[in-house]
Design a protein around this ligand. Structure first.
Ligand code: GAR
Length: 205
């Protein structure tokens, strides 16, 4: 069967990447094929996960480029060389410009650890999101997979899953539960859903 070559962009632990790798292994990804992992940081656990799964990986560090445009040019070059049709941001801690996202409309998705539009946008990433949710006192949080456009966390929502906040939650325990109960479930599902849409559009052309 024809597959949609998918790149996963990471910056850290890569538990969401692992969820995608496991989903592919368990035949939960039928249409998306994880064919490339790109990290903007050397030495992160996500790269080890890619190696272990035998997935090609690249490191592109922003520091090596004079500006955002040159960094994104290199990123685009690698994606094109690898015939990537779908880009999954899985804990990728670098904001992409509108110039870049415009090249991939409907083909970049991101996982965010809250129910957008709560606790999202510039500055809301990683543990900070959960700290703010606890500070605010919301009783329900969760995760969102959305399309990526020029506005941080501003693209159309694809999938969401709610997670209950417990009385004794710390930012860390909440982060772990949101990952396990929401992110790692909806990211593979949304990836497959979008890959199917891309394949269908290609077949209709
Ligand atoms: C995840 O919780 C992801 O939702 C979050 O970073 C973590 C990465 O973990 N992303 C953001 O906050 C983006 N704004 P992982 O490397 O173990 O997948």
């Amino acid at each position: 069967m024809l597959k949609i070559k998918t790149a996963v962009l990471v910056s850290g632990g890569g538990t969401n990447l692992q969820a995608l790798i496991d989903a592919e292994k368990n035949d939960l990804l039928e249409t998306a094929e994880i064919s490339l992992v790109i990290s903007n940081k050397e030495g992160v656990l996500a790269l080890e996960r890619a190696d272990k799964a035998g997935i090609k990986r690249e490191v592109i560090s922003k520091k090596e480029f004079p500006n955002q445009m040159d960094f994104e040019e290199k990123l685009n070059q690698i994606l094109v060389e690898n015939q990537i049709e779908l880009i999954v941001l899985a804990g990728f801690m670098s904001i992409l410009s509108g110039q870049f996202t415009d090249r991939y409309v409907g083909r970049i998705i991101n996982i965010h650890p809250s129910l957008i539009p709560s606790f999202c946008g510039k500055g809301f990433y990683g543990l900070k999101v959960h700290e703010e949710a606890l500070k605010y006192g919301v009783k329900i949080t969760g995760a969102t997979v959305h399309y990526v456009n020029e506005t941080p966390d501003g693209g159309q929502i694809i999938m969401q899953k709610a997670v209950e906040i417990l009385e004794d939650d710390s930012p860390k325990t909440l982060q772990q539960r949101v990952m396990k109960e929401a992110e790692h479930i909806i990211l593979p599902q949304a990836t497959e859903q979008v890959a199917r849409r891309i394949l269908k559009e290609r077949e209709e052309k």
